[in-house]
Design a binder for this molecule. Structure first.
Ligand SMILES: CC(C)(COP(=O)(O)OP(=O)(O)OC[C@H]1O[C@@H](n2cnc3c(N)ncnc32)[C@H](O)[C@@H]1OP(=O)(O)O)[C@@H](O)C(=O)NCCC(=O)NCCS
Length: 483
């Protein structure tokens, strides 16, 4: 039923009603429900270290990764989006008729014209609902965030008709053989957006940094693999973090009332300590740890600009540092990692469980990290927590934004219950030897976007409810069925 009828406790199922209450914005707009899909197979990073003949610990300690999810030729970007979207609608008992906006963020492109959104319309066919705005957004790992912002904006616009918005962020992250391959992964996250949400997005504080850089891009449409300059992409990520961080806290301090939710008890300048959790796009977990370290410096530089006595004296040498000259300063990085280790354990580590277990999910990565945080503790302990989120997509597009977990235990419990099966689903996955992983990636490489094609992957290995390709005919029409 439409959002505003749920609020009023009505059971009518008419699909549109007047959404606005006078000229006021709908309240507490954000994420109401979430679900994640990840493949049933993974390769263990210790097995991969041995298989690739790199030194022990390179992927597990050096990159901070434990396992990497992957899929064979039975799944594509449309199938994983179908799987996660249907799962969310069923789990949370949402009628397809009550969705008024649906947008997909992905960089896994299989057609230059026809969007994944049009494929997902099959899930709405039986309800007769064809009135669904939104299409898709592509820019490396940023499309999920662009879609989330558009969904929030639709609900806060004069075009909102009282129905929910849906956002799906999904990718199959595969790299050519070489240094980048262990930083792959695969996953899809679906999010139901509306008022009276569990994760309420703060208004007026989003910060964005965009620039033209060739750090990671996919110019070869006949291949799934990106062209990637790994060291440059790391530097661009940290540069974007610097820019978004400073702009975010400028805006946050200009809009204090909005951020503090009219709670005036917190009088001092808003800084990193305002947040209970800091959640990142996670290409690999070690980069996230280094980002937390860098934020420690950025935060200190901001504090000292306001009050020089608040600068951490252990950082004295860096008081006048030029940020743009510091990306390769290993001595500083080491010191910052030590000084920020407690903050990392408290504010960020709980959000990295799925990133370690599955790997990079590109557009879905940040939202998988949000899910990891939500399942890391009880509902009681997460009420009213403040979250800071950083989204990065190469090329580049990045944003920092923030959210507050609802104080309403019933609303949060509904979200939490929908995420309750994730840990057991992770346990049910199958560990595949690296040779089989390589064979599978070679198969995907050889058969990428060919037609006609009959996939060969074993469907008995898929988890129940997983959509899979049955056939790609000579006209490139893709047919799907469900395990
Ligand atoms: C991230 C990436 C550049 C790493 O490539 P690489 O050639 O393996 O890089 P390195 O040799 O520097 O090794 C990675 C880390 O493992 C460490 N390491 C190497 N061997 C190790 C071992 N046996 N034990 C522990 N750590 C080890 C290295 O010191 C390095 O850590 P540091 O950067 O903190 O010094 C590569 O995986 C890549 O291009 N990934 C895709 C792009 C990406 O994810 N970019 C992120 C921003 S979007």
């Amino acid at each position: 039923m439409p959002v505003n009828q749920i609020q009023n406790g009505s059971s009518s199922s008419s699909s549109t009603t007047s959404a606005r209450n006078g000229s006021k914005w709908p309240e507490n707009v954000g994420i109401i429900a979430m679900d994640i899909y990840f493949p049933s197979s993974y390769v263990d990073q210790t097995d991969l270290e041995e298989f690739n003949g790199v030194s022990k610990g390179k992927y597990t300690i050096g990159l901070g990764q434990l396992k990497m999810g992957f899929t064979d030729d039975r799944e594509d970007i449309s199938s994983i989006c179908l799987t996660v979207t249907e799962s969310l609608l069923k789990k949370y008992k949402i009628s397809p008729a009550d969705i008024g906006f649906l947008m997909i963020g992905t960089e896994t492109i299989i057609d230059k014209s026809k969007s994944i959104k049009t494929v997902l319309m099959d899930l709405f066919k039986d309800s007769g609902n064809t009135d669904i705005e939104g299409i898709h957004a592509t820019n490396a790992c940023y499309g999920g965030t662009a879609s989330l912002f558009h969904a929030i904006d639709w609900i806060e616009s004069s075009n909102w008709d009282g129905r929910y918005a849906l956002v799906v962020a999904a990718d199959i992250a595969v790299y050519a053989s070489g240094a980048a391959r262990p930083t792959g992964g695969c996953g899809a996250v679906a999010m139901l957006i509306g008022p009276n949400s569990a994760i309420i997005l703060d208004r007026k504080v989003r910060s964005t940094y965009m620039a033209n850089v060739y750090d990671f891009y996919k110019p070869d449409l006949s291949s799934e693999y990106p062209y990637v300059d790994g060291p440059l992409s790391n530097q661009c990520y940290l540069q974007a973090l610097d820019q978004c961080f400073n702009l975010y806290f400028d805006k946050a301090n200009r809009n204090r009332e909005e951020l503090l939710n009219h709670d005036h008890s917190e009088q001092s300048m808003i800084d990193l300590s305002h947040f209970d959790a800091v959640i990142f796009h996670a290409p690999y977990c070690k980069l996230v740890q280094k980002s937390v370290a860098r934020m420690h410096l950025l935060n200190n530089l901001r504090l000292q600009a306001n009050d020089p006595s608040r600068f951490d004296l252990k950082l004295e040498k860096y008081r006048n540092i030029k940020l743009e000259d510091s990306y390769n300063d290993r001595e500083m990085e080491k010191l910052l990692l030590t000084l920020s280790s407690e903050n990392f354990s408290k504010q960020t580590d709980p959000s990295l469980m799925l990133a370690r277990e599955i790997g990079n999910m590109y557009t879905a990565s940040l939202y998988a990290c949000l899910i990891s945080y939500l399942i890391s503790d009880s509902v009681e302990n997460q009420i009213d927590k403040h979250l800071l989120l950083f989204s990065y997509g190469s090329g580049l597009a990045a944003s920092m934004f923030s959210a507050r977990i609802t104080k309403d235990k019933t609303i949060l419990s509904r979200l939490s219950n929908g995420l309750a099966d994730i840990k057991s689903r992770l346990q049910q996955r199958r560990r595949v030897p690296p040779a089989k992983f390589e064979e599978t990636l070679n198969l995907r490489e050889k058969t990428h976007n060919i037609a006609p094609y009959a996939p060969t992957g074993d469907i008995s290995l898929l988890m129940a409810g997983t959509y899979y390709i049955t056939e790609i005919n000579q006209k490139y029409h893709r047919k799907y069925s469900k395990a």
